[in-house]
Design a protein around this ligand. Sequence first.
Ligand code: PEP
Length: 276
Amino acid sequence: MRRPLVVANWKMHKTVGESLDFVRSFRDECRWNDFCQVVLCPPFTSLYPVAQALQGTNITLGAQDLFWKDQGAYTGEISPLMLKDVGCQFVIIGHSERRGRFGKPDPELQEGELRSFFSESDQSVHKKILSAVRHQIRPIFCVGETLQEREEGITEEVIARQLGGGLTGAGADQMALVSIAYEPVWAIGTGKVCDASEAQRICRLIRDRLAEGFGRQVAESIRILYGGSITPENIEGLASQPDIDGGLVGGASLNPDSFCKIVEIVDRVRGRRAES
Ligand code: PEP
């Protein structure tokens, strides 16, 4: 039985003070039965204070990215050693907002200009995944198609390419640390959630791909999350699907009450399934 996982991705939101306000409120008020593992991914500047505030709780710390080198002349980057040092156990890797192709218009950009600030490739994502697992940090590896790719009918192909690119050369012991997040780019931050049965279909396809590469036993043990406009209103349908093991939550994770509702629902739905 895979333990469900709910991850808060705060992106570039929250000062240290705001991060600590969230943790206090969430920690003191949210109650779940611990079927569900909960991970908070604040911005880098809040990692250390949030780690201190999470001590003695059942909430885990994650980062939103890393660089694959341990140290060196890489201005502006954060290494896996630094993440370990502040207590990170998880790291998001390959988020579409870093991959350099983003499917929704950005009002700050000129017409036709690509929302492509970080230009990450399958190759850099691959190096980051291997670096994270080398340091025993659990990657949450994001894959997903843009609206254009979906409309062109190449969703399956794109996801297969991303999975292959990110995981080539990984062994079963390394895969034991990896979770996958299926995040259709057109659903991120848009309010357009993917239909639960379609999200299930793609998550099943991801599991089947993993089975081809790493064997059925490994594939059945890997947690596959859905991400993209999750809210307390739509999470139940998603978490009830057999191959969706939780969620990667952006906007709705910024508010402790809505994030708590999501955690409680996943915990209840999956706990019920574990008992049946
Ligand atoms: C995300 O950033 O991974 C995400 C899913 O964002 P949102 O929930 O806001 O769509």
